[in-house]
Ligand binder design. Sequence first.
Ligand code: SF4
Length: 204
Amino acid sequence: MTQGIREQNIRRIIDMEDRICQCQRCTFLAKCVRKPSMGKGELEPDIILVFEYDNQFTKDLDKVINLRNQIKQTFNLERVYHTFMVRCQPKACRVRSSVSCYADSKLLDKEYNCLLSNKPCDGIPINPSDEEIICCLPFLIEEIGILHPSYVVLFGDRVSEFVLKSYGVFEDIELNNSYKCDDMVFIAISNEADFDPGAVKPLI
Ligand code: SF4
């Protein structure tokens, strides 16, 4: 990739991240998120890893580094980028659900204290709804389009189904399978915690 294209990619990713930071499509979610989850890694990637959302596994740096190293070995590729299908983590929260709140502002301060309870946020992370996925999916599709790697690894049923349908794959989507779209190979596999190089190698 030429230097000019790389710089253009960086500009486009920064522009997209600015829009993600301003995004209020999921009004309920966005109030309890200080900073949406952004992609990380090489900006000229050979491969993009897509997680459903920033979960216990992806928040553990050692686990992510270990997974990225396994991916490099399995695919025999060096440049890895990882990102998320939903940027704002939904949480189950007693305080929030028991209080009607019409304020437009965030309900978390910079230290992650809840403005409703005046205590550290103790919301429990939960899976995003289908509606939240559909709201956020355009950012992921834009990101894949900008970086245009050779491979996109989709972790889990929901990521595989939503992303592949966005690329026009409407057949029954199965894990441990690969799909070619827009000159990229999309590999649908089980969740990141269960990564099995032996199951992936035949798909490469
Ligand atoms: S989850 Fe995505 S679509 Fe919803 S508010 Fe956050 S950035 Fe916007």
